[in-house]
Design a protein around this ligand. Structure first.
Ligand code: BEZ
Length: 259
């Protein structure tokens, strides 16, 4: 899926904002007690745990074994397991599929969309938020330019940051009806003087491939990006989010009375 590997403890310690910023998508999901919900890309389990505490029958999956074992450490007995979103082992089992800050890591997006659609029961809904077109363009472009200036080959992006049009068409192609889509800027604070360097180290392994002096690279990139991304004493990553809601049509003929 991606060459990115995850250090789950570092993720929780320094990047816990990922779950916190997902509050909006949880509100949009509006899950009711007893509903069967699948959290795709559950990470270290924060949303699974909070939804479960609210009485939702939620299951979490993540492609990273490290994330799943950290989720189990934090929340023993949480129903979470390792699974690849491109090939989920579920067939019409969920009233809703939720995903926060995950799907931009899946370049094979049509396979993910198809697998999510299969996991939904007829009438079930899909609610997701992830990086949209233009996401972190300032950081990624700055790093690629610096690589070029150092004589390094362009880094292969592991990300998929679609427009609303591209993503909605992809969901329609797998039989979902798109009921809402938004693309919006969400500048995201990276805490501390080393916030940008820590974020790059955690999430952007591909941009550092082949770099002989990683600390020097990060320092030079910070110098170049400071005039645009550092303000009021903090680094701000230029996140752009796509939020989407879609429904798997109920089976025809399931309604009580014919038209
Ligand atoms: C994001 O959440 O948009 C994101 C995080 C890390 C790397 C790339 C994108």
């Amino acid at each position: 899926m991606t060459s990115q590997t995850w250090n789950a403890s570092l993720y929780d310690d320094k990047h816990g904002f990922v779950s916190a910023l997902g509050a909006g998508v949880i509100d949009l999901l509006d899950a009711r007690p007893g509903e069967r919900v699948l959290d795709v890309g559950c990470g270290t389990g924060d949303h699974v745990a909070s939804l479960r505490a609210a009485g939702v029958e939620v299951t979490g999956v993540d492609a990273s074994a490290d994330m799943i074992s950290r989720a189990r450490e934090k929340f023993p007995d949480l129903p979470v397991r390792v699974a690849d979103v491109r090939d989920l082992p579920f067939d019409a089992e969920f009233d809703a599929v939720l995903s926060n800050a995950t799907l931009h890591w899946v370049r094979e997006a049509p396979a993910a969309a198809s697998s999510i659609a299969r996991a939904l029961a007829p009438g079930g809904r899909f609610v997701a938020e992830f990086g949209g077109a233009g996401n972190i363009a300032t950081i990624a472009d700055g790093a690629q330019t610096l690589r070029k200036d150092l004589g390094l080959a362009p880094a292969q992006s592991p990300w998929f940051f679609p427009t609303i049009g591209v993503y909605a068409a992809m969901l329609e192609a797998v039989g979902l009806e798109v009921s809402g889509a938004w693309l919006f800027d969400r500048p995201t604070q990276l805490v501390g003087e080393d916030g940008l360097a820590n974020w790059l180290t955690m999430f952007c392994a591909h941009l550092l491939v082949g770099v002989p002096d990683v600390d020097g690279f990060l320092a030079e990139l910070a110098t170049r990006l400071r005039p645009v991304l550092y303000r009021d004493g903090s680094w701000w990553a230029d996140y752009r989010r796509i939020r989407v809601t879609a429904v798997k049509p109920a089976l025809r003929g399931a309604a009580a009375s014919p038209a």
